[in-house]
Write a protein that binds this ligand. Structure first.
Ligand SMILES: [Zn+2]
Ligand SMILES: [Zn+2]
Length: 377
């Protein structure tokens, strides 16, 4: 038997939208929330973001839960009857499930009884491109917004269903994409010495950047540089090309380390261009700050989860992917917590990944437990 949240999730799953284009998804969420008594719903925040607020009318804390609206530009291969009807787009990060869990909390909140303070549900757009959280924070609706805490639950394959995974401090690393383009002059392939090829600059930049994690990053910190792509020329055998681009992904446990690596890229690109008489351009894209779990909030949630009998594990190092949830750390203490989606579950962003429906009720229980803790008694 499928409950209302399973139906809701599957409906969202069937109609996935790319980052920044979540108009239909926002409408599904808004339609659902409008049926939940007591919730005030604001739309169009930082793009298609939706903010729902429940006010008890009594003084107290303001707790915020975050879910994401966007899907991924990946063709779904699950073959499920509720598979994506939008070619080349699919919910392979489980954001459909996160939205349904928050809707589950919206449905349950009015019945909890004796609540004080205020609860918000934040459905952010464009998480996968690292732009949505920042766009929401720039919006007038969130000006002077200083909630007591902001919490995100993200499903996590490879862990038993419903297990909570969390650590104090850095939970998810900071990262950014960077493209460096060099422009020289072309030449006849018979006389490459007469042109200015970008090749040596591209090669040197990639080679050196790949070594920075061991040559520049202090012991105890951590960073990773990945060569995402390199492009120059093509099957035009008569020509020595004039232009080329290298794409790198930079990652670090700390936002400061990431900024240091970004400065290194800009500096080295400038030096190489000057030394070889090339023009150059550096662009950073998909920038994510580190997602940090604030100490006292972490301890409160850990104690609460253990007392409530949830399975709880603490990874000994940050996870190596990034999330734009880290941005919200600028306005409130934040906590990002994994919730196991099954040990045999395909990885996040895999084309056959699907959020397990069995996790919905477990996730809603976790959210409700947090609300009870901060807003009753
Ligand atoms: Zn994702
Ligand atoms: Zn995600």
């Amino acid at each position: 038997m499928n409950d209302v949240f399973t139906e809701l999730r599957r409906n969202i799953h069937r109609h996935p939208e790319r980052s920044g284009e979540e108009t239909g998804t926002a409408r599904i969420i808004t339609d659902y929330l409008s049926k939940c008594p007591g919730w005030e719903v604001q739309t169009g925040i930082g793009g298609y973001g939706v903010l729902a607020t429940w006010r008890s009318g009594k003084p107290g804390d303001h707790t915020v839960f975050r879910a994401e609206l966007d899907a991924l530009p990946i063709q779904e291969t699950t073959g499920l009857e509720y598979a994506s009807v939008n070619p080349g787009v699919g919910h392979h990060c489980g954001h459909d499930g996160h939205m349904a869990m928050l809707c589950g909390l919206a449905a349950r909140t009015p019945a909890i009884g004796g609540l004080h303070g205020c609860i918000s549900l934040l459905f952010q757009p464009a998480e996968e491109t690292g732009q949505g959280a920042a766009a929401m924070l720039r919006d007038e609706a969130m000006k002077d917004w200083h909630p007591s805490r902001i919490i995100a639950l993200h499903n996590t394959p490879g862990h038993p269903l419903g297990q909570l995974i969390c650590r104090e401090g850095v939970m998810l690393v900071a990262s950014t994409g960077v493209s460096v383009s060099f422009q020289g002059t072309s030449a006849h392939a018979a006389h490459p010495e007469l042109g200015k090829s970008p090749w040596r600059a591209l090669q040197t930049l990639a080679d050196q950047a790949l070594q920075w994690p061991s040559t520049l990053v202090p012991l105890g910190n951590s960073a990773k540089v990945t060569l995402a792509g390199i492009n120059m020329g093509g099957p035009h055998y008569g020509t020595s090309p004039a232009a080329g681009t290298v794409w790198l992904t930079l990652r670090a446990y700390q936002t400061e380390t990431l900024n240091m690596l970004k400065n290194q890229v800009a500096m080295l690109a400038g030096q190489l261009a000057a030394g070889q008489e090339l023009r150059y351009e550096v662009n950073f894209t998909e920038e994510f700050e580190a997602t940090v779990n604030q100490g006292s909030l972490f301890r409160e949630i850990r104690d609460l989860a253990k007392a409530a009998g949830f399975s709880w594990v603490e990874p000994d190092r940050p996870w190596s992917y990034s999330e734009d949830f880290g941005r919200f750390g600028r306005i409130a203490p934040t906590l990002f917590m994994g919730i196991g989606s099954g040990e045999q579950q395909p990885a996040l962003h895999a084309s056959d990944f699907d959020f397990p429906d069995e996790l919905l009720a477990m996730g809603i229980d976790v959210l409700e437990t947090i609300v009870q803790n901060y807003h009753t008694g």
